[in-house]
Design a protein around this ligand. Structure first.
Ligand code: PEP
Ligand code: MN
Length: 264
């Protein structure tokens, strides 16, 4: 069902009224890696909205490599995201790590993010496939394009056709960047599938100073949108600070992107 042969025209996934991925526009999701406090998420939301983002990201349930790292605020984080939506009108995108979390996330968010580490968590994919809620499915850190598309197939096969794919880089051999950001995934997915694909150069590159160039490149390659980490004080962020843009950097980037994309 994910293939172009199944459906020739592009699928447009609307996560909230007027917030669509896969149409002629480029839609930008931005915000911190993690929800950390009310002040932090509200300030982030205003900053990214004022710069032109249409959705707010921020993890309440975080898949951290170490069990001793900040794990997210949980339900309280979801409540704060909902508050940020009420204040700014931004749509909310946030990660669920298991089926129970997905049910909770669905109560608060406009779109459920399935992270790279869970791309092949088939029971989770089936669970969100049974929900009436858009899904942002990120490429696994060692997943082929075919495996990404088959993961999406699990969701569609259960009845949920509102899936947005996301390229976020794959594990490479070179520690100079966090991942190898696979720009070619964008035109490849567009050829093979009717589903929208967005790019996450923040996790793709892992270094703040190189995120804008890869964001511009993603749009030039035809990405249907971007997901970017932005924080009012990235050096104090509780997760992924090194790859997180300052709000001013994000605003500058959005201006640059508007000259590449026709509608942003
Ligand atoms: C994130 O978006 O903060 C995240 C954990 O991403 P990924 O699953 O791509 O590593
Ligand atoms: Mn992150």
């Amino acid at each position: 069902q994910v293939s172009r042969e199944w459906r020739a025209e592009n699928t447009v996934v609307e996560i909230a009224p007027g917030v669509a991925f896969g149409g002629r526009n480029v839609a930008v999701i931005a915000g911190p890696c993690s929800v950390e406090s009310e002040a932090q998420i509200i300030a982030s939301a205003h900053a990214v909205r004022d710069a032109g983002a249409v959705a707010l990201r921020g993890g309440a349930f975080k898949p951290r490599s170490s069990p001793y790292s900040f794990q997210g605020m949980g339900k309280r984080g979801l409540e704060l995201l909902a508050k940020a939506r009420d204040e700014t009108g931004l749509a909310i995108v946030t990660e669920a790590m298991d089926e129970e979390g997905a049910n909770l996330v669905a109560e608060y968010a406009d779109c459920i993010q399935i992270g790279a580490r869970n791309m092949q968590n088939f029971s989770l994919l089936k669970a969100v496939g049974r929900m009436d809620k858009p899904v942002l499915l990120k490429r696994g850190m060692a997943a082929t394009i075919q495996e990404l598309l088959l993961a999406a197939e699990y969701v569609l096969a259960e009845g949920n056709t509102r899936v947005i794919l996301c390229e976020r880089g794959v594990r490479g051999f070179d520690p100079a960047t966090r991942n190898i950001f696979d720009l070619s995934a964008i035109p490849l997915v567009h050829k093979l599938s009717h589903l929208p694909i967005i790019a996450d150069p923040s996790h793709g590159v892992g270094l703040r100073e190189h995120v804008p160039s890869m964001a511009r490149a993603s749009i030039a390659a035809g990405a249907d949108g971007l997901i970017l980490e932005v924080h009012p004080n990235p050096d104090r962020a509780l997760s992924d600070g090194a790859q997180t843009l300052h709000t001013e950097q994000f605003a500058r980037l959005m201006h640059e992107l508007s000259t590449i994309a026709t509608a942003i």
